[in-house]
Design a binder for this molecule. Structure first.
Ligand SMILES: [Zn+2]
Length: 431
């Protein structure tokens, strides 16, 4: 989250970190000191920092324990340990710099005061910053910016060729470049929001209301300035609206899980009805709808369609986002149910192709046992349609694989595994 700072353009990561460190140093000279409270040591950073005890502002101290608590939970699900630094004064901001291997997250005191030591709200911001590092946004951003700069030069040349006016050609190209950079930057911010929700709520089990409360607070403070299309962040009202949807969806998901584990099908059914009425874009809601149909309906195709709807909402979701949903247990369960359903309906290769999305060895084994039995499916990383090789292995067991080295020397023949959606619905998904 960079509420205030301008877009850093055309910088490689080393320079970004160096500039970040310089900025931290500057902040500490101008406003007050910074101390590291968690995470990896960064040698370049150490000379700029003071001991936590040396911070002059006593207001910082009460935030340290909640910050450490949130850091520990998010760090363990994210699998990275960036340096966590608090600065006792500065601006209303929190920032992340670096990447998954070497990263830095800084909270400034005004932001800490806004979060008011509430762990769920801190988790909303911490999850967002962790996501920037985990998804390596700064190196993506740098690559995108140099590509855009090259395109802008080409646009300027073409414009100049047409008009003969060098100044206006340059201005046009640079305006275009700025708009594109901001557009890309907003896309990364949305992605960090979504993944942040997943890290903090789905995986680290913080309360989703923290996102809502934080978005509500900050949308009151940060009146948007400048034209909307130049803002590097999605508007806070947009983020507030989304946070409300995500929180509501999370409440439904938690209730549905509890009802299912208690075998309370009657209440689950009425819950899912209301859920789909309110958030028809929820992949989890369609998953539970599929489970209910599987219990009550004999219509296999109807059941599979519910799982297909769920799967497509996990792959593409304008309302809730994709990364915000991707770590739900229901997402894995959807793929398992769908792959099984496709098999039962006779879509064997689609089912085999679908099974590449099963993430755990346990799920893949369960799938093999309940579908192809003696047939060995060796999935690969390619999740789209692709070539499959079919053969008998040396024990006479049928082998379907997309790894040529496994099929080598077995007289395999080639076949194409279609994407399940393309083959079942050539004109697009039924909605
Ligand atoms: Zn951000």
């Amino acid at each position: 989250m960079r509420l205030v700072s301008a877009c850093a353009r055309m910088l490689d990561r080393v320079r970004l970190i160096a500039i970040m460190l310089a900025a931290v140093l500057q902040a500490s000279i101008a406003f007050g000191a910074c101390a590291q409270i968690e995470g990896m040591r960064l040698p370049e950073l150490d000379p700029q920092l003071v001991n936590l005890r040396e911070l002059r502002n006593p207001g910082v101290v009460r935030h340290v324990e909640p910050l450490r608590n949130v850091y520990a939970r998010i760090s363990s699900v994210a699998g990275i340990r960036p340096a966590l630094v608090v600065c006792e004064d500065g601006k209303l901001n929190a920032i992340a710099e670096g990447g998954p291997q070497e990263g830095l997250i800084v909270f400034f005191l005004p932001m800490l005061e806004l979060l008011d030591a509430n762990i769920d709200e801190i988790a909303a911001v911490m999850g967002h910053e962790f996501s920037h590092l985990l998804l390596d946004h700064f190196s993506l951003d740098t690559t995108a910016q140099s590509t855009l700069a090259r395109w802008a030069q080409a646009i300027a040349r073409e414009r100049y060729r047409q008009s003969g006016n060098a100044d206006s050609a340059r201005q046009f190209a640079s305006a275009w470049e700025n708009i594109e950079i901001m557009r890309y930057s907003r896309a990364l911010e949305r992605e960090a929001d979504d993944k942040g929700f997943s890290l903090a709520v789905t995986l680290a089990k913080f309360n989703a209301d923290g996102f809502k409360r934080f978005a509500a607070k900050i949308s009151k403070i940060s009146a948007s300035s400048g034209p909307r299309y130049l803002a590097s962040h999605p508007g806070w009202l947009e983020r507030l609206e989304k946070a409300e949807f995500l929180a509501r969806n999370q409440t439904y998901t938690d209730s549905a899980r509890a009802l299912l584990s208690n075998n309370n099908w009657a209440e689950l059914k009425s819950l899912v009805k209301g859920w789909l009425g309110q958030i028809p874009e929820s992949g989890a809601a369609w998953y539970y709808q599929g489970r209910i149909l599987a219990r009550t309906s004999g219509n296999r195709s109807r059941i599979t369609k519910a799982f297909e709807e769920a799967a497509s909402l996990y792959l593409d979701n304008k309302v809730l986002g994709v990364r915000s949903q991707e770590d739900q247990d229901e997402a894995d369960a959807v793929w398992f149910s769908l792959c099984l359903g496709l098999f039962d309906e006779g879509y064997k290769f689609e089912s085999a192709n679908c099974s590449k999305r099963l993430r755990t060895e346990e799920a893949r084994e369960k799938f093999r046992v309940s579908t192809f039995r003696g047939l060995l499916i060796v999935g690969g990383s390619d999740q789209g349609a692709g070539n499959l090789l079919v053969a008998r292995d040396r024990n006479g067991v049928k082998l379907i694989t997309n790894d040529p080295s496994i099929a080598a020397g077995l007289g395999a023949y080639n076949t194409v595994s279609p994407v399940w959606r393309a083959i079942r619905y050539p004109e697009g998904l039924p909605r």
